[in-house]
Design a protein around this ligand. Sequence first.
Ligand code: BDR
Ligand code: CA
Length: 300
Amino acid sequence: PRKVIIDTDPGLDDAVGILLALNHPAFDVRAITTVAGNIGIERTTANAGRLLSAMGRESVPYARGAAKPLSGSGRDEETIHGSDGLGGVALPEPAAPVSGLSAVELFSELLIGAEPGEIDILALGPLTNLAALYLADKDAFARIGRVIIMGGTINEPGNAGPYAEFNMAADPKAAQIVFGSGAEIVLIPLDVTRRLRATPDYLQRLASLETRAAQISADLIAAYFADNAARESRPLHDPCVMLYHLAPKLFEIEPMALAVNDGDRPGALTQVQHGPAINVAMGIDAQAALDCLSDGLGKT
Ligand code: BDR
Ligand code: CA
């Protein structure tokens, strides 16, 4: 298994990705760090602790990260993710207290304590914590293996206004810093994540699996339908990051240099001639990816 730190703002789709990582032997989850995004920092942090408890993984540390973005206003997605960020799904309260370290301090400690390149970051929310790590501790940052990010849109309309995707719009400055950092990045934009869709049938398939990870995921996805029961399917954005970690061959990758707008269209991405190349996922074998997700959540 590869060592990973999950940086996240749970969030219904974050939670499904986290459950997959906690249930699957290909992930050695060293920590969960939280960021404000889908909901405020107190809630996203409590939700990380609750998910660890639900999976009996109290020994995995979780640390509170940034409450406010470096730029942008942040945004509250309460209408989609419910007033607790997890759609009211029943979960135990955190069995272990939040780490005494901040997210950035915990990143530093774990990265400095590991071999260079040994730990990957799975980034499911606004990039505030990673940018803060880059600004605070370049030695630790340079030891990151690979950063797999859910964020952005290349050719599709945004979901935080017409031009931008939520995680980019919530902190464009942080995205600029991370994209310019020289880290090895894989970006999974809406162009791909909107293709990975849960239908009511898929929800039934998860509900029929007996693991806790699959059962809770079925509840989370059911809650994801709750804001509008007439929808035929819901996109599974953040689990794409975990699926890339598990099975990169499911994705088509195109290297591009990207600029992040921090002005009139906050969070919008444009392709530019010069700049570090980012590996951007532009295609997915959605059927095989759904199978991979349910297999992983159902693994005993
Ligand atoms: C992203 O925004 C959040 O609402 C989701 O959790 C996901 O990370 C999708 O644009
Ligand atoms: Ca998220």
